[in-house]
Write a protein that binds this ligand. Structure first.
Ligand code: ADP
Ligand code: MG
Length: 378
C-alpha cells in the first residue's frame, strides 16, 4: 500500500513530479524582466493526487508534520492558510482566480528538494501541484502558464514577492540543458550543458544557513530596483543598456540604489556572456564570470552572507574554475564549477573550512541537469 492510500484510503489517479533548481547565473534579474540561466536538479517534489467529487482539498506532506490539512475550495483566502499548505492551496486559489473551476482533491506530497536551501523547494511544490490540477481538470496549461500560477500563489497567497525564475525552471528545464530564459516574455532556449564532455562537474554546497527572504530583505531589494528604474525613466532595469551603464549610474543619487542597478545590469550582461561561451563549447571559461557574479551579489547587491562567501572563496582556492551563491541569498546554497580531478579536493576543503569556522557541516552534492515537471508513469 502506498503512503497515499494509507492516508486517504483511495488509490491516486496519477503521480506528478517537479524539480528544484540551481541557477547557473542571472540572480535577482527576474523581477527586473532580465535574463536567467537555471538547470533542474535531480531532486524533485512528487505529488500523488486523487480527484474528488466535492470541493474539499485534503493536503498531506510526508515531510512536514503528520497531519492532513483540510480546506474548502470555496473558502480559500490569501494569508489565512498557515504553514506549508499555503503553497498548494495557493495554487488552487490562483487557478480558480484565473477562471478555472476545480474539483476537490486528495494530495500527498513527498519531496527530495531540501527546503529553505535556495534550491526552490517552494517552486517545486507549486509547479507539481499546478501540473497535477491542470491534468486532473483537463486544463492543458502550458509550462509558462503553470509557472505564472505558481508565482501568483507565492506572491499573493503565501505573500513572498518572488520573480518567475524558480517556477519557470521547475516547469520548463530540460535534461542536459540550462534554460536561457527571457523573463520579459518567458521566451526561452534550451542550451546544451554537457559538463562531463569537458571533464567538469557542478558542485552544490548547501550551507544549511536557512535563508529568510520573507523577512523583507528580498522585498527591499525589489523596491530598490524599482526606484532605480524610476530614476532612470525606464519600465524595468532590463531596459538599461550595458553600454550606457556608466552614464545611467551617474544619474542616480542614492548610493545603495546605484549599486543595485550596477548589479542587475552587469548580471544580465554576464548571462549573455555565459550563454555565448556555452554555445561555443567553451564551458571551462565561464568560471570567472560565475565568480564575478558572486562578487557583484556580495558587494553591490548585498545578499550574500559569510557562509556563502566562505564556500565560494574556499572552492575557488581549492581548484574550482569559478563559484557563486545561487538563489536569492541571505543563506542557502552556492555552486562551484570544478574540473573532475579536483572534485574531492574542493569538497574536502569546503567541509574543512566550515568545520574550522565552527559551522555545521555543509551538504555537498553534484548537480546534473535533470528534466522539468512531468507526469510520472504509474
Ligand atoms: P526554498 O524554495 O529555497 O526551498 P522557501 O522558503 O521559498 O525556500 O520555501 C520553503 C517552504 O516551502 C517550506 O518552509 C515549506 O513551507 C514549503 N515546502 C517545501 N517543500 C515542502 C514539502 N516537501 N512539504 C511541505 N512543504 C514544503
Ligand atoms: Mg522558494
Amino acid at each position: 500500500m502506498t503512503d497515499h492510500q494509507r492516508e486517504f484510503g483511495v488509490a491516486p489517479d496519477g503521480a506528478w513530479s517537479a524539480p528544484g533548481r540551481v541557477n547557473l547565473i542571472g540572480e535577482h534579474t527576474d523581477y527586473n524582466e532580465g535574463f536567467v540561466l537555471p538547470l533542474a536538479l535531480p531532486h524533485s517534489a512528487v505529488a500523488t493526487v486523487t480527484a474528488r467529487d466535492d470541493r474539499t482539498l485534503r493536503l498531506r506532506s510526508r515531510d512536514v508534520g503528520d497531519r492532513v490539512v483540510e480546506l474548502s475550495l470555496d473558502r480559500l483566502l490569501p494569508g489565512e492558510v498557515p504553514g506549508w499548505a499555503a503553497y498548494p492551496a495557493g495554487v488552487a486559489w490562483a487557478l480558480e482566480r484565473a477562471g478555472h473551476r476545480l474539483r476537490g482533491a486528495d494530495v500527498f506530497i513527498a519531496s527530495e528538494v531540501p527546503t529553505g536551501a535556495g534550491l526552490s523547494s517552494s517552486a517545486a511544490l507549486e509547479v507539481v501541484t499546478a501540473l497535477a490540477f491542470s491534468d486532473l481538470n483537463g486544463l492543458g496549461l502550458t509550462a509558462p502558464e503553470l509557472a505564472r500560477i505558481g508565482q501568483l500563489a507565492e506572491n499573493d497567497f503565501v505573500g513572498m514577492p518572488c520573480g518567475i525564475l524558480d517556477q519557470m525552471a521547475s516547469a520548463s528545464c530540460a535534461e542536459g540543458h540550462v534554460l536561457h530564459l527571457d523573463t520579459r516574455d518567458l521566451g526561452g532556449r534550451q542550451v546544451p550543458f554537457d559538463m562531463a564532455a569537458e571533464g567538469l562537474r557542478l558542485l552544490v554546497v548547501d550551507t544549511r544557513v536557512k535563508h529568510a527572504h520573507a523577512d523583507g530583505a528580498y522585498g527591499r531589494r525589489r523596491a530598490e530596483c524599482e526606484a532605480g528604474a524610476a530614476a532612470l525613466g525606464v519600465p524595468f532595469l532590463r531596459d538599461v543598456p550595458f553600454d550606457g551603464l556608466a552614464a545611467a549610474l551617474a544619474r542616480i543619487d542614492d548610493e545603495a540604489v546605484r549599486r543595485r542597478v550596477r548589479h542587475v545590469v552587469t548580471e544580465d550582461r554576464r548571462v549573455a556572456r555565459v550563454v555565448a561561451l556555452l554555445d561555443a563549447g567553451r564551458a571551462r571559461e565561464i568560471g570567472p564570470l560565475l565568480t564575478e557574479g558572486h562578487a557583484s551579489l556580495r558587494d553591490d547587491f548585498e545578499v550574500s552572507c559569510p557562509e556563502l562567501d566562505l564556500a565560494v572563496d574556499t572552492a575557488n582556492a581549492a581548484g574550482a574554475l569559478g563559484s557563486r551563491m545561487t538563489g536569492g541569498g541571505f543563506g542557502g546554497s552556492a555552486i562551484a564549477l570544478v574540473p573532475e580531478e579536483s572534485v574531492a579536493a574542493v569538497g574536502k576543503a569546503v567541509t574543512d573550512a566550515f568545520a574550522g569556522a565552527g559551522l555545521a557541516a555543509p551538504r555537498i552534492f553534484e548537480a546534473v541537469p535533470a528534466p522539468g515537471a512531468r507526469r510520472l508513469p504509474v
